[in-house]
Design a protein around this ligand. Structure first.
Ligand code: TXA
Ligand code: MG
Length: 357
């Protein structure tokens, strides 16, 4: 298939280009588009064949449901069964933005979208291109991240092209996404609400808005797997680079930082002696500690500003593959604020290769 690349300005996207993309969606086509989190691969929710094709081109397991993208709370209310006031208030507070709400679906949301579940995951993205595209389509857009299943989510159109070129109708290129990490997914049907996936909106902010503690299951921290019925997407290997990745975690990133650095050095040097192509993923504060090892060093960003780390993480994981790295060691980060989502992605990318100091 011929894939059309459409370059648009992220803040003031050319309307003719987006009209064309909306027309392709209405014909049952697939369009990759930027959101403020990562790029998504979209189909209109009513186009069941197109929705099925999303699973095919991504190589996505059929029991892993898609997130539905709406333009505002009104459109959300058309798709779900009478959510209580606190759910609507939460949506109003954080939308448009990187919060995905799981709630009971109306029958008009096709089973293809929710993989047969009776709940649907919905968010209202904050990117001008995504917002305009939904508006012009006149319908909600089902969209998982626009990567081949198992790969890191795309934060640039080139990442999408490298996974899906020739398999989708259009890739809209609006440059780098803002957060670089996917949305935070909360199931509000359970009591207390349950975090299904930490993401770009720190869960502490959701707790503050709701006035209750959210349950954070083991799998939301990136350990183990979710039960199928709970959130299918949590049970598959994810974000994994070709390289073997090991994450070195400390139980305290102030007092044990030096121990963590020593362990990263030890693992990286040992792999290097084994003649492997080695990389270290580190914080800006500690990257200098590895400059004498003769390995590739990737600065993820400062521990004091995890926004930067979150934004760079997926691009760096992809870069490991581009450079043919065979073995990588990543420093851990404190599991607070965005740190929870960063550690979830690192642990999943490592496939459980975790070392503690
Ligand atoms: O930021 C994001 O959320 C991006 C952009 C494109 O919006 N999308 C994204 O989609 O990350 P995806 O498909 O890569 O991840 C969606 C996750 C999956 O883990 C899936 O299992 C879960 O959401 N999910 C979707 N519908 C669900 C449902 N009804 N119940 C529980 N989990 C659901
Ligand atoms: Mg994904």
């Amino acid at each position: 298939m011929e894939t059309v690349m459409l370059k648009v300005d992220p803040e003031r996207p050319d309307e003719d280009n987006l009209k064309y993309a909306a027309a392709v969606l209405k014909r049952g086509g697939l369009v990759a588009f930027p959101t403020e989190t990562v790029y998504g691969l979209g189909a209109l929710i009513s186009k069941r064949e197109a929705v099925k094709r999303i699973f095919e081109v991504k190589g996505r397991p059929l029991d892993n449901p898609l997130i539905v993208h709406v333009n505002g709370v009104q459109m959300f209310l058309e798709l779900v069964e009478g959510p209580p006031e606190e759910v609507v208030r939460l949506a109003e507070k954080f939308w448009p933005g990187p919060l995905t709400i799981v709630w009971w679906k109306k029958p008009l949301v096709p089973d293809e979208v929710t993989a047969g579940l009776s709940k649907v995951a919905i968010r209202s993205p904050a990117h001008p291109v995504a917002m305009k595209l939904i508006e012009l389509s006149g319908e909600a857009i089902a969209a998982p991240s626009a990567n081949r299943s198992g790969k890191p989510s795309p934060t640039r159109a080139e990442h999408v092209a490298s996974d899906l070129y020739g398999l989708v109708d259009i890739i809209i290129d609006a440059g780098e996404t803002i957060h670089g990490l996917e949305s935070t997914i909360v199931d509000l049907t359970s009591s207390p609400p349950r975090l299904l996936r930490p993401g770009a909106l720190p869960i502490e902010e959701v707790e503050r808005a709701l006035g209750v503690k959210v349950e954070i299951p083991h799998y939301a921290r990136g350990h183990g797997e979710a039960e199928v019925a709970l959130s299918p997407g949590m049970k598959y290997k994810h974000y994994a680079p070709e390289a073997e990745l090991v994450v070195v975690e400390a139980d305290d990133y102030s007092s044990k930082l030096a121990d963590m650095v020593a362990k990263v050095r030890e693992l990286a040097s040992r792999a290097k002696e084994g003649r492997k192509r080695v990389a270290v993923l580190c914080s800006s504060e500690t990257c200098d500690e590895y400059s004498d090892l003769g390995v590739e060093v990737f600065d993820l960003g400062p521990r004091r500003n995890l926004f930067v780390v979150a934004k760079r993480l997926f691009a760096v994981l992809r870069e490991l593959d581009t450079r043919g790295v065979e073995y990588a060691v990543a420093e851990g980060f404190e599991e607070r604020g965005l740190g929870l989502a960063i550690m979830n992605r690192l642990r999943k990318a490592s496939g459980g290769g975790i070392v503690r100091v």
